[in-house]
Design a protein around this ligand. Structure first.
Ligand code: ZN
Length: 315
């Protein structure tokens, strides 16, 4: 059986693009690795925040619509995006959030990891998870003048999905993607992708009475899982089809290839290839500095740029 290789990226909807760039690059210390447009609506930015290259496993992305309605978290969504940091750094982050006025909650322990829940400027719920056994290789970690390698966000730890009925999604995780159930704690279920170095975990929160989420500003639009290459993507797509689901054809997104399908539980899933990645059209040293457009949009650059408010990364 072909297995997925953990979380590839998580895409949320945001409102003000400059405010998001300020928050994710300055407050959280991530790198804006790609500034491009939503290929299905070029009036909207598609912003990617990651480590040095925004590789699979550390790639938080946003579609931004300045006049979008406010969404709410609920069943059928990823309700918390979890980011791994060194366990000893949580007090640094608590103090930093306090100083910078970021809304945060008291630390909680779930499945043996301490977690610091916080909210971005669109009220999206995220958490920093203190991890003791992070990979020793820190060459891909992005650091800033205020956030060093001892504190920096390393990669996705997990993503929590809220569902009314576990049976509407668990078979996809286990039979199509190769996750294994690892633990259960109250209404939470923890799954792991064996052998994956980063972004190996997933959580399901099961609440039969939870109302549906409303997908707009401050909520997650979809979660993508990594396929090692094109052939793994085709295999994973077939494994999804075998459960009676209807994945799209392969769509070339230029930075990776994508297949989408909506799970019966409501969550929108994507299977994305690990490459070619964000250095396909920019040097690693200057990622994210200019508006990047895939070749099929490049002829329309002038009109596209005219429809966007410029955003910049402040030093
Ligand atoms: Zn995606």
């Amino acid at each position: 059986m072909t297995t997925a290789q953990g979380i590839h990226h998580i895409t949320a909807i945001g409102s003000d693009p400059q405010r998001l760039v300020d928050f994710y690059t300055q407050t959280l210390g991530l790198r804006l690795v790609k500034k491009t447009v939503n290929q299905d609506d070029v009036s909207a930015y598609h912003l990617f925040f990651g480590d040095q290259t925004g590789g699979p496993g550390m790639d938080l992305t946003f579609f931004t619509f300045p006049r979008v309605a406010t969404g709410n978290r609920g069943a059928g969504q990823v309700t918390t995006t979890s980011l791994a940091v060194p366990a000893a750094s949580l007090s640094f982050w608590q103090a930093r959030f306090e100083t910078l006025g970021v809304t945060q909650e008291p630390l909680v322990d779930q499945f043996g990891w301490e977690r610091l829940v916080f909210y971005d400027p669109d009220n999206q719920q995220l958490e920093l998870v203190g991890v003791d056994d992070l990979p020793a290789d820190t060459s891909q970690v992005w650091t800033t003048s205020q956030i060093g390698v001892e504190q920096a966000i390393r990669h996705f730890h997990s993503a929590r999905m809220l569902v009314n009925d576990k049976s509407l999604i668990e078979p996809i995780l286990i039979q199509s993607f190769g996750y294994e159930q690892m633990a259960e704690e109250g209404d939470l279920n923890l799954y792991v992708q064996p052998g994956v170095q980063r972004s190996a975990y997933l959580e399901l929160q099961v609440d039969p009475d939870a109302g549906p989420g409303r997908n707009a500003s401050g909520t997650v639009h979809h979660i993508a899982f990594t396929a090692e290459d094109d052939s793994a993507q085709n295999e994973l797509r077939e494994q999804v089809r075998r459960l009676g689901l209807q994945p799209t054809e392969v769509i070339d997104r230029y930075y990776f290839k994508s297949v989408y399908f909506r799970t019966p539980a409501g969550v929108l899933f994507e299977i994305a290839t690990s490459g070619p990645g964000f250095t396909a059209d920019e040097d690693a040293a200057t990622l994210g500095e200019r508006l990047a457009l895939p070749p099929f949009l490049e002829p329309h650059r002038e009109q596209i740029e005219a429809g966007l408010t410029p955003v910049t990364v402040k030093q």
